[in-house]
Design a protein around this ligand. Structure first.
Ligand code: AMP
Ligand code: GLY
Length: 415
């Protein structure tokens, strides 16, 4: 098949890597990055340019489009591709509302009987403040719409909660802030479940866990993700079968009953509470960086799986998965997620023997790789045990150098 991957981050590099692994598919990517350029032909079309992407897919006669990020899905890219007769792995704008509106996701979960934190929606700050009262630390405040991972707040007290609500309703997040969800704060460990869905059928990928905070021991600001492990050392009372039968399948059936044919990845962010797994959020695309730790363990042909899902076909009940563990550790530019400098040469990439490197924010200057973003690249490797995998990942990662490099030293070792 000829496959077009849409996106240009670490997740898309991992997707491109997995899609070319079988050797049966040729890949193009828009806009891609210098790492992806080593395995796919790149086209400079932005992920927000729906018409440009459809034109590219038609012109290049692609058999399948795999969409990385959520923004084009919420904007209806999959619908336009299907209208043009091109199979797309990614939900239409209707299904993408699961990520585009947290309140829509809540309603679907409630109708489908899927366990989640109880929540209420508000459209003004006064009633939201009243609802929270003095017990702010029992609640989580969320902007309803897409906020690039920056729309969730866990206030310590009612003063902080009030400030957050004022900011959200003042339009700081644009459309995303016009409705605010306040939900019960849950405690437990988090697990990410990714499922490949073809309408009402699905197959679960191995569970994973990402590390969102910048600093060791989960300190410092939230980031786009500093590393991930697959599978997490413990997933408590959440088995794959549980995730499939109690979470993913009921959601797909509920969507179908509303006329929504969901074809793509459904990502459930779970909190494993004492009362069992509860859903914190849905995403309608592969997780980042989870994908970089999950896909190296999947032995099935990802292209065939995505094609089958895009066509509404049947999926295997279980995937063929490597025995063992995979870890990925992100190397970031000093200063990230705040301001940072770019353009520093990256050395040591040619010395990596026992791991894969996924590029996220790299660029090429004068024929060599330089830093070009906040999260620059990640190193991923497999081991028989989680410790083996982490030892290998860190050993390989230390061969890579660039000015100001920063990475967490405790990925997979703290929860
Ligand atoms: P979300 O984007 O909804 O996944 O939220 C981002 C992060 O906020 C999650 O990964 C959790 O760490 C935290 N979070 C979200 N909802 C809750 C909740 N109801 N209780 C506790 N923590 C939460
Ligand atoms: N790792 C969290 C996400 O992809 O949304």
């Amino acid at each position: 098949m000829i496959i077009l991957v849409v996106g240009g981050g670490g997740r898309e590099h991992a997707l491109a890597w997995a899609l070319t692994r079988s050797g049966d598919h040729s890949l193009i990517c828009a806009p891609g990055n210098p790492g992806i350029a080593e395995i796919a032909k790149l086209f400079p079309v932005k992920v927000s340019d729906t018409d440009g992407l459809v034109d590219l897919a038609v012109k290049e006669k692609v058999d399948l489009v795999v969409v990385g990020p959520e923004v084009p899905l919420v904007a209806g890219l999959a619908d336009e591709l299907r209208r043009a007769g091109i199979p797309c792995f990614g939900p239409g704008a209707d299904g993408a509302q699961l990520e585009g509106s947290k309140w829509f996701a809540k309603e679907i979960m409630e109708s489908a009987g899927v366990p989640t934190a109880s929540g209420k929606v508000f459209s003004d700050a006064v009633s939201a403040r009243e609802y929270i009262g003095e017990d702010a630390c029992r609640y989580v405040i969320k902007a309803d719409g897409l906020a690039a991972g920056k729309g969730v707040f866990l206030p310590d007290d009612s003063v902080e909660a009030g400030g957050i609500l004022d900011e959200l309703f003042s339009g700081k997040f644009g459309e995303s802030g016009t409705q605010v969800i306040i939900e019960e704060r849950l405690e437990g460990r988090e697990v990410s479940i990714l499922a490949i869905c073809s309408g009402t059928d699905c197959v679960i990928l191995p569970p994973s866990r990402d590390h969102k905070r910048l600093g060791d021991n989960d300190t410092g600001p939230n980031t786009g993700g500093m590393g991930a492990v697959c599978p997490p050392p413990e997933t408590g009372n959440c088995s794959w079968e549980h995730a499939r039968t109690r979470i993913i399948q009921p959601v797909l059936s509920e969507l179908a009953s509303r006329g929504i044919d969901y074809r793509g990845v459904l990502y459930a962010g779970l909190m494993i509470t004492d009362d069992g797994p509860k859903v914190l959020e849905f995403n309608v695309r592969f997780g980042d960086p989870e994908t970089q730790a999950v896909l190296p363990l999947v032995l099935d042909d990802l292209g065939e799986l995505c094609f089958s899902a895009a066509m509404g076909g049947t999926l295997p009940e279980h995937l063929a998965v490597e025995d063992g563990f995979c870890s990925c550790v992100v190397m970031a530019s000093g200063g990230y997620p705040g301001t940072y400098e770019k353009g520093f040469p990256i050395t040591g990439l040619d010395k990596i023997e026992d791991a894969v490197v996924f590029h996220a924010g790299t660029a090429i200057e004068n024929g060599r790789f330089v830093t070009g973003g906040g999260r620059v690249l990640s190193v991923a490797s497999i081991g028989d045990t989680l410790e083996d995998s982490l030892d290998r990942t860190y050993r390989e990662l230390e061969k890579i150098d660039f000015k100001g490099k920063y990475y967490r030293k405790d990925i997979g070792r703290t929860v």
